[in-house]
Write a protein that binds this ligand. Structure first.
Ligand code: AMP
Ligand code: ZN
Length: 464
């Protein structure tokens, strides 16, 4: 089955056809590095990782660019408020540069723990200031800009397809934009391309420009970088759904105004992670959970979160709760046990990928990355009567998309002392044939995040 993706631009699933035959240009909007990423942000990066892996699984080569927003993103998405980086700097008593460095590293660590494949190129906004200035100059030469007391703005009324991504009528977009008042803007939806440094304060991050000292607006970085690093291969651009009305709408307007060409053919957006009651997880709310405090500190394998994300289609809101984490954890333990079983039974068999089950898997992932259905196929395959060696070969093939490190499930690792003690006690109980005690200890060990399996070679304990 050919790959079908939901394109926000046309609001329907479409067959994916890249500009070049086998090569795909992918741009994913990256983090604003003034704080840790929360697990809502990380849900979006998991969706984008699945997209990339599905493209690779389909045989495409992928050039993937991700930006690091380390300047210019203000607390209000529409050019009002403080620069988030300067705010982070005040909060932590470090320079904005140090804050950016620290949270960039933390972000890279998070995505590594989630088995998210790194982009081919990371680009910091502060490393492309000249490209951004050049793009703003082009827009100025073409008559799309005007100057106010605080910056250079893009005149959205001059770009006729301004609502092509949001599909809102202009009136309601303008209405939404009026929340942040700037009397000098000609239209409420106009946005800053360049902002001047305030006269009385010296900003930590500022640059000279033809218009005066200042810093770029938030949206211009993604236009400048995607065109710089992908050239004409503007295939897919992604982010969370909150980017549709402002950030991506503005990226399209300024890029297409500057080049006169189409800017990206496919726009894909991941729905939010919400908490009970339907509230969106956000950095500005107290419902902010990081991978560190929700998983690592509780000694829960971060891949449990990746597995949890597969249970909801990326275009549907995903509800997060202790209960959903518990269910995902059990689900992953079960999957590991199944894989371990087929590895043992199939050991020595020269397995090969089962073509029927491969085709069924492709049908689900190529249907707009339908991971809940893909996980159902995984279970059908593992429970089927094909040979265990073939099951193992097939699950490893699926894992190119799942990214759950299923080739590692059989590898033992050093256990924490407390767990090792329980394991030893269980071993003693088994030697004494005290099966009730052995079962009870297995449950305790499992509650501590380790799965226990009795094999002909002895007890195996694996972290989950
Ligand atoms: P930011 O670091 O705030 O620029 O956001 C990084 C990415 O996370 C963007 O693609 C956002 O659209 C996305 N995002 C923000 N909040 C959520 C959420 N609650 N659930 C899923 N994605 C989100
Ligand atoms: Zn962006």
């Amino acid at each position: 089955m050919k790959l079908q993706l939901y394109n926000s631009l046309n609001r329907r699933k479409e067959e994916f056809v890249p500009i070049l035959k086998q090569q795909v240009g992918l741009y994913t909007c990256g983090p604003t590095v003034y704080n840790f990423a929360h697990i809502g942000n990380l849900r979006t990066y998991i969706f984008e990782d699945i997209l990339k892996r599905v493209l690779l699984y389909n045989g495409y080569r992928v050039t993937h660019i991700m930006n690091i927003t380390d300047v210019g993103h203000l607390t209000g998405d529409r050019d009002m408020g403080e620069d988030k980086m300067e705010k982070g700097s005040q909060r932590e008593g470090k320079t904005a540069w140090e804050v950016a460095e620290f949270y960039t590293r933390a972000f890279k660590n998070d995505i590594k723990q989630l088995n998210i494949i790194e982009p081919d190129t990371w680009v910091k906004a502060t490393d492309t200031i000249e490209d951004q200035i050049a793009l703003i100059k082009t827009l100025q030469d073409k008559g799309y800009t005007y100057q106010t007391a605080d910056g250079i703005y893009f005149d959205t009324s001059r770009f006729k397809d301004y609502t092509k991504l949001s599909h809102q009528d202009l009136e309601s977009l303008q209405e939404g934009a009026r929340v942040e008042k700037n009397p000098e803007k000609r239209n409420a939806t106009d946005f800053a391309l360049w902002k001047f440094s305030p006269a009385d304060v010296r900003r930590q991050m500022e640059w000279d420009s033809p218009w005066g000292t200042g810093f770029p607006g938030w949206h211009i970085e993604c236009s400048a970088m995607s065109m710089k690093y992908l050239g004409d291969q503007l295939d897919i651009h992604c982010g969370g759904t909150d980017h549709i009305d402002v950030h991506h709408t503005n990226e399209i307007a300024q890029s297409e105004a500057a080049t006169g060409n189409n800017f990206f053919n496919y726009w894909m957006h991941g729905a939010f992670l919400i908490i009970a009651g339907g509230k969106k997880m956000a950095k500005s709310e107290d419902n902010f959970l990081t991978l560190e405090n929700a998983f690592l500190k509780k000694d829960i394998n971060p891949l449990v979160y990746r597995f949890a994300a597969f249970q909801t289609h990326y275009r549907k809101p995903m509800e997060y709760s202790d209960e959903s984490v518990r269910a995902a954890r059990n689900g992953l333990v079960h999957l590991h046990n199944q894989v371990r079983q087929v590895t043992q039974n199939g050991a020595g068999q020269n397995g090969s990928v089962d073509e029927t089950f491969k085709a069924r898997f492709i049908e689900t992932i190529n249907d707009d990355l339908n991971m809940p259905r893909a996980m159902a196929v995984v279970q059908e395959m593992l429970k089927s009567d094909i040979r265990d060696g073939d099951k193992f070969a097939t699950i490893l093939d699926y894992d190119r998309v799942l990214g759950l490190s299923l080739d590692q499930v059989d590898k033992p690792e050093a256990l924490p002392e407390a767990v090792q003690k329980l394991v030893d006690a269980r071993q003693a109980a088994r030697i004494a044939k005290d099966w009730a005690k052995s079962d009870q200890l297995r449950d305790v060990i499992q509650d501590m995040g380790y799965s226990v399996q009795d094999t002909k070679d002895g007890m195996k304990v694996i972290k989950i």
